[in-house]
Design a binder for this molecule. Sequence first.
Ligand SMILES: Cc1cc2nc3c(=O)[nH]c(=O)nc-3n(C[C@H](O)[C@H](O)[C@H](O)COP(=O)(O)OP(=O)(O)OC[C@H]3O[C@@H](n4cnc5c(N)ncnc54)[C@H](O)[C@@H]3O)c2cc1C
Length: 463
Amino acid sequence: MFNKIGQEDIKVFETIFGKEKCFSGTEIESEYAKDEMGTIISYPEIRVIADNKYQISELMQYANQKRIPVTVRGAGTGLVGGCVATRGGVLLDLTEMNQIIELDQINMTLRAQPGVLMLDIYDFVEKENLFYGPDPGEKTATIGGTIATNAGGMRAIKYGTTREWIRGLEVVLPSGEIIKTGGKVVKNSSGYPLKELFIGTEGTLGIIVEATLKLTSLPKFSTSLLAPFETSIKAIEAAPELIKRHVTPTAVEYVDQTSLKYSNEFLGKHMPHDNYDAYLLLSYDGTSKEALDADITLASQLCLELGAIDVYLIDTEERKDSVWTIRGAFLEAIKASTTEMDEIDVVLPRSKIASYLEFTQDISKKLNLRMPYFGHVGDGNLHIYFCRDDLKEDVWQQKLKEAFDVMYDRAFANGGLVSGEHGIGYAKKAYLEKQIGATQIKLMREIKKIFDPNNILNPDKIV
Ligand SMILES: Cc1cc2nc3c(=O)[nH]c(=O)nc-3n(C[C@H](O)[C@H](O)[C@H](O)COP(=O)(O)OP(=O)(O)OC[C@H]3O[C@@H](n4cnc5c(N)ncnc54)[C@H](O)[C@@H]3O)c2cc1C
């Protein structure tokens, strides 16, 4: 179905991108054969670094004609093998297309190339007293990657996911044609919402070469609350009640003693008041200090009513930094605690989270498999990890399969979905099919065929 890359093709790529931006054979470093999860490993035949959309357009015209697969890569921080070149071919690296193009203060939009890092976006807009809502945990991800995965993050409960913040996209199609969809406009009832199709489809329908982001004014004041509870279930059950009875927090994170221990060991740092078993870590923001103080007073009272042992105000920069750095390191800390790991990123209705985590604890005991977890309990998105530790390969694979099967079955039976924010990529394909069934998979395949009849763009992913 696909053709291998020969010397003649390499010459063409070198003409398009420049010899110094093309790497093949042993020049390709191992990090370009995997993403951050590292469970799916496959080398591309060539890695090319793009400078502009015209090069990408030329590449796609050539690859389409020659039936050479192309896989798009942002920063490679994905966790489902989405940017791994599972069929070899070209790995299209977008990290050097990293310019902020235009800040429009009147329309409150930011135009950016796909390789701009999230940390640079936040830094840039916050200096102008502006705000970009999505806040995925890994700040070295690219804006293109976060759009392609419809990244979420801790602020999703109040500010939504990436999809709600994208006004316009410029995209190179698998044919090489360049299209613009959406723009700086607030409203859009103009035909089929093609822009939406490129968000969350993980680089399978087109290559995002420019994005127009929506901005709002920066909420100047923010405070966090740390509320310890006697048990994990009590903490998790309090989360939906808090949201129901009060203004929407910016974040509602579940933190427990196990994750704290890994993070302490990994960072060598301790969070204040870290002697309890389970916590809700809440964050509130606003444009007026008085309104924020009122929210915090009410939220603290509610936490105590809902069974919190105490409520600690995390209001100084030092305390905020300490608590959120420790929370932000959970994934890396769990990874460092084991020899190999895999994860599920299910999202459930908030009302089902407590019972789902009880089920998780039972499965961990039953399979004798270490399964630490944490989650954005405010929006029902849980990250549950399977740790290999010293298990032999065959035992590990068998336990992993059993764990994936029962955990997804239980999630689907409770109205949950395969992925809340990390995507399907290569690793979670089978479970997507199980969740949505043959009819919807067929529809997705038909859509893919319209955009990419030769299946050259990011083959093997999602469907
Ligand atoms: C410590 C840690 C914390 C994380 N926390 C979060 C979190 O809170 N929320 C969350 O959602 N994710 C999180 N992630 C996952 C990851 O950071 C996101 O999936 C992110 O969106 C990936 O961006 P990237 O630039 O690294 O993309 P990559 O990993 O390079 O690619 C991801 C997918 O997007 C496609 N792609 C990349 N760029 C483009 C483009 N310009 N056009 C078309 N397709 C493209 C790729 O082909 C691939 O399918 C976390 C990861 C880590 C390691």
